[in-house]
Design a protein around this ligand. Structure first.
Ligand code: AMP
Ligand code: MG
Length: 641
């Protein structure tokens, strides 16, 4: 089949998500049953009903420290006129007493010890007084008082746990207390294979052009969350033979086999062909984005599913289509919410076709996490996906949508978009909250604030007469508050032996610049502008003399790394990483790093916590060198409209 035929075949066979779900429902996978040691049974699915073979407790036992008595002997006891009984000894927990108690007698008894013959109640030690061998009982007890009767907890023959229960600490406690050491659990083994010549296993060196295999691990963790057992087969090269061989092995050893990569129509993408040859293809392609390239087949009775290579797509497809198959096969429901309803925090434009759209969730608000497909950062920022229908061209802010979650995601307290700064990491540590920090530069922070995506934007934008305020006014942001942050020293970053002393020495030197839109880059531009006019030339001409001016790394740390490794001669940025990496820092300016906060949320506890920490002595003391707070830190310096 040539490429065109392949593409046509693919196009013809696209199924809608509902058709795909219906196809998956027809697949039946039967897990095997395995006896697991009790200590390994946590989080497993119980394969059988469990009945107790014993009574718990197996004997009548005291539930208090005190004295075993005949209740009748105590009926007349009062505080003023206690009843006197003769103490004939004591019983410890774990020993069966070889005594019988007569009228007017008692015996000391510990909590958990068996109740001796002839007694039917226990008087708490607090209600007695000891006088040599006599015990004065100051309160009456009724029959069975302070006694746990045989089988009161669990009765012999009782069903204590139901089949298909997910075993947790409570269930393990129950199983142990009825003496079960081996537990029958369901075992559904899911083979996981990653394909691609570009993949390297984490822990190994990343050669040029390679990327680390994210899918094996992300999918294995998802499989485990579903209650199944992942079996990672590792990375297979884009060679049909090699793939076929590993898939055969996995088909023999597993209940379901998942591959990732090699499902699109690119050169070397052969998964569809392999599945076709080995068994029956049930579906090739789902009419959604991302993740259209997915192949579902069945070989014998083992489903063989080819997930897309892109990690976000692979996880989306896993959660939407594979997780339900695993839950169905194990006959369980998910242990956490897999879908929630949440409010759109911002509008999303759709392409008028069915899409699975990756989204982030911040305080139950939904925002798009579709930066560029193919970037793992999208995966780190996405909490789940929403399904957008063909008819929808725009989902407006405020609309309630259903989000399919990427497993058991932990909630995010605040969303930061804007300038990158170690001060934000410190705020996250000291507030104890969970931030989602998207470092896209100050300008993008302003647009994220304008479009309602950001809760907080950290910004450092030099204006002609002031910092930050000018830019906010220019963009026309409404409904936000500018809070004073801290100051940062900005300067040139060079190796110790460099002969660069100031901006004028940059000509002919290889610069590593920050990304466009970052305040740090804008500040360098401003300084270069001033230098150019001093020299009577244009800035454009000046930067032509600085190779690397057009580069754009996203973080201060990566700039330092480029200088340290010799890839560049000079960088521009803040002091802390330069110092920790042993580089020379040449200070050129002090700037204001402030926080623009969405006005609507000024009163929520998360923002109060943030501002409290921002103003704290602890924060000030722990800021890295080159960053310092002022009297005004934490103060609202401008209410924008
Ligand atoms: P493919 O479907 O093989 O063309 O892969 C699509 C994209 O996902 C490519 O950019 C791959 O490099 C990437 N990719 C494939 N497999 C993995 C993996 N296991 N981990 C991370 N990225 C992957
Ligand atoms: Mg590939």
């Amino acid at each position: 089949m040539n490429l065109l035929e392949r593409q046509q075949k693919e196009f013809r066979e696209l199924k809608s998500p509902q058709e795909a779900r219906d196809i998956i429902k027809t697949i039946k996978v039967k897990p095997s049953i395995r006896k697991l040691a009790l200590e390994q049974a946590n989080n497993q699915i119980l394969a059988e009903d469990i009945y107790s073979c014993i009574d718990v407790p197996a004997f009548d036992r005291s539930i208090k420290d005190g004295f075993a008595v005949r209740a009748e002997d105590t009926y007349k006891a009062t505080e003023i006129e206690p009843v006197s009984l003769i103490n004939i000894g004591s019983i410890e927990a774990g020993f069966v007493p070889d005594v019988s108690i007569g009228i007017g007698e008692t015996i000391e008894i510990a909590t958990g010890a068996p109740i001796p013959e002839g007694t039917d109640a226990v008087v708490m030690v607090e209600h007695t007084t000891r006088e040599d061998t006599k015990i004065l009982v100051r309160r009456p007890v009724h029959i069975n008082e302070n006694i746990m009767r045989t089988g009161a907890d669990i009765m012999k023959g009782e069903r204590v746990l139901r089949k298909n229960t997910r075993i947790g600490p409570r269930e393990i406690g129950v199983l142990a207390s009825i003496g079960i050491a081996k537990v029958p659990v369901k075992e559904l083994t899911i083979g996981i294979i990653s394909t691609g010549n570009e993949l390297v296993q984490p822990g190994n060196e990343l050669y040029a052009g390679k990327i680390y295999d994210a899918n094996s691990y992300a999918i294995a963790a998802s499989v485990e969350e579903c209650g199944a057992k992942p079996l990672i087969y590792g990375i297979v090269k884009d060679e049909e033979c090699a793939m076929s061989e590993v898939i055969d092995r996995a088909l023999k050893e597993c209940n379901i086999v998942l591959t990732s990569g090699s499902t699109s129509a690119g050169v070397g993408d052969v998964m569809y062909k392999i599945i076709d040859q080995k068994g029956k293809t049930l579906l090739h392609g789902i009419s959604i984005k991302p993740g259209k390239p997915v192949v579902i087949g069945i070989v014998g009775d083992v489903p063989l599913i080819g997930l897309p290579g892109n990690p976000t797509s692979a996880l989306s497809i896993f959660n939407e289509f594979v997780a339900p198959l695993i839950y169905d096969s194990l006959e369980i429901t998910p242990p956490f919410k897999t879908k929630i309803c949440a409010v759109m925090g911002t509008g999303i434009r759709s392409e008028g076709r069915k899409e699975l759209f990756p989204v982030g969730l911040v305080r139950e608000r939904v925002y798009p996490a579709d930066k560029t497909s193919g970037a793992i950062t999208t995966l780190a920022e996405a909490d789940g996906i929403i399904e957008i229908s063909e008819e929808t061209e725009y989902i407006e802010a405020g609309k309630i949508v259903e989000v399919t979650l990427f497993g058991n995601v932990s909630p995010v307290d605040l969303m930061f978009v804007g300038g990158q700064c170690p001060g934000i990491d410190l705020l996250e540590d000291l507030t104890g909250m969970h931030f989602r920090v998207i470092n896209m530069g100050s300008s993008r922070g302003l647009s994220a604030m304008a479009s309602g995506i950001a809760d907080v934007a950290g910004i450092n934008l030099a204006g002609t007469c002031d910092y930050n305020l000018e830019s906010i006014r220019k963009i026309g942001i409404i409904n936000a508050v500018l809070v004073k942050g801290y100051q940062r020293e900005q300067g040139l970053i060079v190796r110790q032996d460099s002969n660069i002393k100031n901006l004028e020495d940059l000509a002919g030197k290889k610069l590593v610049n920050r990304n466009r839109g970052s305040g740090t880059r804008a500040l360098l531009d401003k300084l270069l502008d001033e230098l150019a006019s001093m020299k009577g030339m244009t800035k454009a001409d000046l930067v032509k003399m600085i190779p690397g001016y057009n580069s754009g790394l996203k973080t201060h740390r990566s700039v330092c790394e480029a200088v340290k490794s010799g890839k560049a001669d000079v960088g521009f940025g803040i002091r802390p990483f330069a110092e920790t990496m042993g580089l020379k820092f040449i200070p050129l300016a002090i700037e204001d790093f402030d926080f623009l906060i969405n006005k609507d949320i000024m009163d929520i506890p998360q923002i109060k916590n943030l501002l409290y920490v921002l103003m704290s002595k602890d924060f000030s003391a722990k800021l890295p060198s080159g960053l310092f707070t002022s009297q005004r830190t934490g103060e609202i310096i401008h209410n924008v409209f």
